[in-house]
Design a protein around this ligand. Sequence first.
Ligand code: TXA
Ligand code: MG
Length: 332
Amino acid sequence: MTAPFSARIQRGTPRNLARLARLLRAGELVAVPTETVYGLAANALDARACRKIFTAKGRPASDPLIVHIHSLAQLAEVAEPNAAARRLAEKFWPGALTLVLPKKTCVPGTVSAGLPSVAVRMPSHPLFRRLLKLAGIPLAAPSANPFGYVSPTSAAHVRAGLGRKIRHILDGGPCTIGLESTIVDLRHPRAPRLLRPGAVTQAQLERVLGIPVRPASKSAAKPAAAQLAPGLLARHYSPRTPVTLHQKISSAAARRSPADEAWVFLAKPRALMGKNIFWFDTHGRLPGVARRLFHVLRLLDGKKFARLHVELALGEGLATAINDRLRRAAAK
Ligand code: TXA
Ligand code: MG
């Protein structure tokens, strides 16, 4: 038995970035900030390095990783882009959009979970971009949390979940978007599929592509995982405390509630206060709700409530992504 690690949170000084880039090239793991959620990164072209990601997270080998790139030149090194991919990349990269494309052979099967495709994203977080450039290699990175738990949106969240499994955490401040990237399957460019909703919305994708983008069925979204453990992934992003979702929370219901059940509103409720009353965003604005969603779920999970009552977002677009995460958090 080796002693557990004790992760160090490191600022993005030029010296630290140069050292972390060296460590990544040498096959080490580094937790990195992105604009969506923190990721746990390794050299995407090194199967041994990427296997460490699965071990640290307790992630099943059937769940493929996203490959992060710095430039469009790197896209063509790891995947076979088509015209639709180039259009979306031009419009939304760097940013919160991941494209699934046929993979090049240099990407090990460990990264793609044995699939012939690879998921690729060019992130916009300035520190991660600098690290990608210094490292000079594509970096595979899933969210930096133990498998199935709520995704991390700060360096402290990463340390709380993986602090004894990894050594290096690059601190880039709180994530500005707060939800994982939108994933689009573009293997068949005339039949694009939305595998995961995110901050880049279905309507935005359709406007750029000029054709409908249909949501994928669950089995199509996670082919390998679905074969191995059907239904496993319906529950994800989950706090340990049971979650009940509400289309709208009435102040009266919250007021009548037992004190050991928490009530989380989208916006700060008027004329209602208590140790079990919470909200995501003062004004209930969706970008604010998305940014604070995982933080609030983690915070309340640490408070030993018997149940979390959470209000769903209204509308489409970012609301669809927020409600997708909430439904998975609440799934049994
Ligand atoms: O915003 C994000 O996407 C963050 C940051 C770190 O970039 N990453 C992230 O990775 O959320 P995560 O833990 O969700 O895992 C990647 C997911 C897989 O679970 C799978 O759904 C999908 O990406 N994926 C990866 N490769 C795929 C492929 N070849 N085909 C279909 N889906 C794939
Ligand atoms: Mg994840």
